[in-house]
Design a protein around this ligand. Structure first.
Ligand code: ZN
Length: 201
């Protein structure tokens, strides 16, 4: 398959690589849309140390199931899906208390550290465990579905921030997540929203 591989810091190569193998509880997803996270940008330049090359980045994506593992029962070839960026243990204490983002030994798609490496979705295909898949409704496009992960990040930020609709709310940072925060605040009834960013655009 074709993939965009971070071969070394600031050096992305579009090249042929083997398609990922899937184990029994995984599916192979043919990628239709993938976002570029701010963390991918900071992985590209090496500033976070969480994209140790070589790595295929990309964790905000959507696509179609191309192949299913032998233990996959509830998903089939052709299903339109998006997925969580975090691969967690569904049975540990954190996951059972709704905090799977803190799950012991969790790994992240498209991320490599000293502890783990997992290729992501800047490629034709990506291997995804079935327990992190979400079905895409027919009226949601692949591009929209690839935005679900950052939209969820924005929703979480709002859920943990106490405010009243009558408050003046300041959003620091007007990148993609910040823009989602602004839109979600408006849905929540906020009328006085100020977004701040250093970027002239
Ligand atoms: Zn991200």
């Amino acid at each position: 398959m074709k993939a965009l591989v971070l071969e070394s810091y600031m050096n992305l190569q579009y090249e042929d690589v083997p398609s990922p193998a899937i184990n029994e509880d995984e599916v192979l997803v043919k990628v239709k849309a993938v976002g570029i996270c701010g963390s991918d940008v900071h992985g590209l330049d090496g500033s976070t140390g969480r994209r140790i090359p070589p790595i295929i980045m990309g964790h905000e994506a959507s696509g179609v199931i191309q192949q299913t593992g032998t233990g996959v029962a509830n998903w089939k070839i052709g299903d339109r899906v998006t997925f969580d960026s975090t691969i967690y243990n569904p049975n540990d204490w954190y996951s059972k208390h709704g905090m799977y983002n803190l799950s012991d030994g969790r790994i992240v798609l498209g991320v490599s550290t000293e502890e783990f490496k997992r290729n992501g979705a800047f490629a034709e295909f990506v291997a995804v465990p079935q327990h992190i898949l979400y079905r895409i409704p027919e009226n949601v496009s692949f591009t929209q579905a690839a935005l679900v992960e950052p939209a969820a990040v924005a929703m979480h930020a709002i859920n943990i921030s106490p405010f009243k609709a009558s408050d003046v709310v300041i959003v620091l940072g007007a990148g993609m997540v910040g823009m989602f925060v602004v839109q979600l605040l408006r849905i929540k009834g906020c009328e006085n929203i100020i977004a701040v960013d250093l970027d002239a655009h």
